[in-house]
Design a protein around this ligand. Structure first.
Ligand code: CTP
Length: 419
């Protein structure tokens, strides 16, 4: 694949050299476009030696090849690491004052930004507004990691590890079947009824590893949660999606973070919930995880006794993330919290009865109840749900209908709770 690696002028530029190596070692052809400021941190010989290609920052070199248009048009993925506050601002404003910003305007492929800067700069409303603009146009922004910064200070702002950025890029390449980017992303409706609201969605199913090759998982495909995220973005919301093991393309205009386990999902939700006005917990979270993780593959021959002895797997409880959100909210009005209930029903107890009990137990504002089974709901494109509300308000039924339509109804009902 043709990768363009844009490098901004920050101390983390040295980590981009490791990212470049990951791309080339995995068979990708990489063109590096550093900004002039980036070259003060890591010089041109490093980038050209590691990429095996000429490296330029301005639009005045090799003009006959029209590089400011060609590089963007030919790229399969454009990744900017580190993306400084200045670079995010120039990208958001659509400036074209060097080769990298020109390339950003001509690219129609997935674009990934990995911001890195001091915490104050990252949290400044100007930077946050620029990030939101880029996400709304279809870019993927990897939230910076927390930890030690350049000096003695710590906080969010560190460039994520090159392996993490590489994984996000690999995911984007694998799941962007059709050319995406600014032109392909439907514009969020600024007049939409979710304009100004921040929506956090979880989707997919957690995996709880037993050893490097095995896990306990579930059948959730993530389709319903992805549909909620996509529709909320189209209705004008700022949307963050925490995705657990889903093989679907990122919804346009949605910031996606991937997790694997329930504990990772809990950490990601806790980090984002302070931002959200509405939380939609569509993910199927494993209630239990193996008590121990085997560092190497569990072998039959390691079973006590003889080869035919079946191992016993001890499980421990995972936290109930949804219930934790309700407890942490206390008496505050926001965030509005929507839970999902996957029920198969039981002899003598209907799916709806089980749902009503779960709504009371979890204390969320809405509970989307659906009947599940091997060929019901999971992985299907259609769904039938009952949306239960607190305080005895009548339930809202939706479906059978496509998961996009079901998502619209869930958002309609949640919007009435948001006020
Ligand atoms: N959920 C959660 N944390 C868990 C389990 C579930 O946050 N450890 C959330 C799910 O995201 C969903 C809701 O709780 O929104 C209900 O999930 P479900 O699996 O139906 O319910 P459980 O809590 O597992 O209850 P039960 O085992 O009794 O069905």
């Amino acid at each position: 694949m043709n990768i363009v690696l844009g490098v901004g002028g920050g101390i983390a530029a040295y980590k981009a050299a490791l990212l470049l190596r990951l791309f080339t070692e995995n068979g990708h052809s990489v063109t590096v476009i550093p900004t002039a400021a980036a070259l003060r941190f890591v010089g041109e010989p490093t980038w050209s030696a590691l990429s095996g290609k000429p490296v330029h920052s301005d639009v005045w070199t090799a003009v006959e090849q029209v590089p400011h248009v060609r590089l963007g048009q030919q790229a399969d993925l454009l990744v900017i690491a580190p993306a400084t506050a200045d670079l995010l601002a120039r990208a958001a404003a659509g400036l074209a004052d060097d080769l990298l910003t020109n390339t950003l305007l001509t690219a129609r492929c997935p674009v990934v930004f990995a911001p890195a800067m001091h915490t104050e700069m990252w949290e400044h409303p100007a930077t946050q507004a620029n990030v939101e603009t880029l996400i709304a146009r279809g870019a993927h922004v990897i939230p910076p990691a927390s930890g030690r910064l350049t000096g003695a200070d710590t906080g969010p702002g560190r460039l994520p590890e090159p392996e993490t950025i590489y994984e996000v890029c690999r995911h984007q390449l694998e799941h962007s079947g059709s050319p995406r980017g600014p032109q392909a992303a439907p514009r969020p409706d600024p007049e939409g009824d979710y304009s100004g609201w921040r929506v956090l969605v979880t989707a997919g199913g957690t995996r709880e590893p037993l050893d490097p090759v095995r896990f306990l998982g579930n059948r959730s495909s993530g389709k319903q949660g992805y549909a909620v995220a996509a529709r909320a973005a189209a209705r004008g919301a700022q949307v963050r999606l925490i995705s657990a093991n889903v093989a679907l393309p990122d919804p346009p205009g949605v910031q996606v973070e991937t997790v694997e386990t329930a504990l990772e999902l809990q950490a990601a939700v806790q980090a984002a919930v302070g931002w959200a006005d509405l939380v939609v917990m569509a993910a199927a979270v494993a209630d239990y995880r193996p008590a121990t993780y085997a560092q190497s593959k569990m072998k039959k021959s390691h079973a006590p006794g003889h080869e035919d002895a079946a191992p016993t797997i001890d499980l421990v409880r995972n936290p109930d993330i949804l219930a934790g959100l309700v407890t942490a909210r206390g008496t505050a009005a926001t965030p509005v919290i929507v839970g999902f209930a996957a029920e198969t029903g039981e002899p003598g107890t209907s799916v709806l009865q089980l749902g009503a009990e779960k709504l009371a137990r979890k204390g969320c504002d809405l509970l989307v109840v659906n009947e599940v089974g091997v060929d019901k709901t999971f992985g299907q494109d259609e769904n039938t749900v009952h949306i239960l509300r607190r305080n005895g308000q009548p339930q809202v039924d939706a479906g059978p209908a496509g998961k996009e339509d079901i998502a619209q109804t869930i958002l309609d009902v949640a919007r009435t709770v948001l006020g």
